[in-house]
Ligand binder design. Structure first.
Ligand code: UGA
Length: 445
């Protein structure tokens, strides 16, 4: 670490790995990104991110050109670096429990690559892992494969990630906190030093704790956020039954109480994305295995699943039976500014619409290629919002893209066969749509 530029490596170039590696490189740290997927590595090396994330493509091109970021599928390159972050995926098994195959394989490859290294190396588990995983799964594999023990030559920390898709670059440059879990003071100090260098001495609030607590903080954070969404959706569904009551006013007022706070109180079609559902299922499963049933989190998930049916019910309220009706769906990604459709509410809503016999035509500014892989020929895809709306009997706005926010009532009226709109994201002022049949989640009528 006395070298001018610390060298860091990342194993796993998914969302977290690639965004974090690119930002580390942009901060002047010599960074190596490693992934076993050759095609992905080639694509990244050519400056093309494998997913849509604002600001990433530009930063990737710059850091590659400046040779601060190097990408490869050769894990032995970790040897040239001082610190390795494990950023591989931790998907769900069919029973909801966490699948540790990728993290175990990465720890194995990393350990064997470090076997002949004579200098100190720090290993940082950044992947989301259930409490206890770093110590009871990653550590033994790493020690066995490297022939070293955690201590003077080999360090190990847990350092969960809190970045959000769509704002991943900004979140990595300025995180609201850094959590470092370690049982070994030397490891924790090394990682803290790295972050001090990254933040030029102005560290965000930094929590130094045990690996298990650090792992738990990540789950507690996502479980709280998901529960906050299901909470406001529950309030929205009650508001729906109260004429003249608007959940937005309720959310604004309660959010002024500092104990509640204004963020994450947007009622909508339910949460999606690669993390909330997966992490809640993993936490419920882990908790059950330890003899405790976390009823609150099960309810959070049930409310979320049910929310898609609520959105479909709004279109039925306008149209009656959906059989043979043409329904335009605006937005497929699980939120704006991403092409990610994993666990997206749009997929749940489309599934229900199709089961009721509706013909769905969908448009999204970024997620159509991913949606085509999942939904294949079961729905029609449009090139722009206007062609999606053409001849539609009802439109459901599923994602809060700025492109949709700009649409006016007349844009809908001129294209649609019937003037029915369900605003599942609360994009529009109901006043502007009073000449149409307009329903929104959480708007009492
Ligand atoms: C989430 C967490 O916010 C991150 O802190 C965490 O690092 C990440 O998971 C992860 O574990 O990797 P992300 O999935 O990118 O980030 O997206 P969020 O912005 O949290 O949104 C999740 C879902 O909740 C979206 O579908 C969004 O539309 C929905 N949501 C969010 C609402 O319906 N209402 C709100 O008020 C906020």
């Amino acid at each position: 670490m006395r070298k001018k530029t610390a060298a860091v490596s990342f194993i796993g170039l998914g969302y977290v790995g690639l965004c974090t590696a690119t930002v580390f490189a942009a901060k002047g740290l010599k960074t190596v990104g490693i992934d076993i997927d050759k095609d992905k590595v080639n694509q990244i090396a050519a400056g093309k991110p494998p997913f849509h994330e604002p600001g990433l493509a530009r930063l990737l091109k710059t850091t590659l050109r400046q040779r601060r970021l190097h990408v490869t599928n050769d894990t032995t390159e970790v040897e040239k670096t001082d610190i390795t972050f494990l950023t591989v995926g931790t998907p769900s098994k069919p029973d909801g429990s966490i699948d540790l195959t990728y993290i175990t394989n990465a720890a194995r490859d990393l350990g064997s690559a470090l076997r002949n290294k004579d200098k100190y190396h720090l290993v940082v588990v950044k992947s989301t892992v259930i409490p206890g995983t770093t110590t009871s799964t990653v550590k033994p594999v790493l020690e066995r494969e490297s022939g070293k023990t955690i201590g003077p030559d080999l360090g190990m920390c847990t350092n969960p990630e809190f970045l959000k898709e769509g704002t991943a670059i900004q979140d990595t440059f300025s995180p609201d906190k850094i959590v470092i879990g370690s049982n070994d003071p030397k490891s924790a100090n090394r990682l803290k030093l790295l972050y001090q260098r990254f933040h030029r001495g102005k560290l965000p609030p930094t929590i130094l704790t045990t690996p298990e607590t650090a792992e738990m903080i990540k789950y507690a954070s996502n479980a709280f956020l998901a529960t906050k969404v299901s909470y406001i959706n529950t309030i929205a569904n009650i508001c729906q039954t109260l004429p003249g009551v608007n959940v937005e006013t309720v959310a604004h007022a309660i959010g002024l109480d500092p104990r509640i706070g204004p963020l994450f109180l947007k009622a909508g079609p339910g949460y999606g994305g690669s993390c909330f559902h997966k992490d809640l299922q993993a936490l419920i499963n882990y908790s059950n295995n330890n003899g405790y049933e976390p009823a609150l989190f099960r309810a959070t998930e049930e409310v979320n699943e049910e929310q898609a049916s609520r959105v479909v019910a709004l279109s039925e309220k306008l149209l009656g039976q959906l059989d043979h009706r043409r329904i335009a769906v605006l937005g497929l990604s699980f939120k704006k500014d991403t092409d990610d459709i994993r666990e997206a509410a749009s997929v749940r809503v489309i599934d229900r619409l199709r089961k009721k016999g509706a013909h769905v035509v969908a448009y999204d500014p970024a997620a159509v290629p991913n949606a085509k892989k999942l939904l294949a020929n079961s729905i029609e895809f449009a090139e722009d919002p206007y062609s999606a709306l053409k001849g539609a009997d009802c439109c459901i706005v599923m994602t809060e893209w700025d492109e949709f926010r700009k649409l006016k009532a007349k844009d809908y009226q001129t294209q649609m066969r019937l003037p029915n709109i369900v605003d599942a994201r609360r994009l529009y002022d109901p006043e502007d749509f009073k000449d149409m049949n307009f329903l929104a989640v959480g708007l009492g009528s």
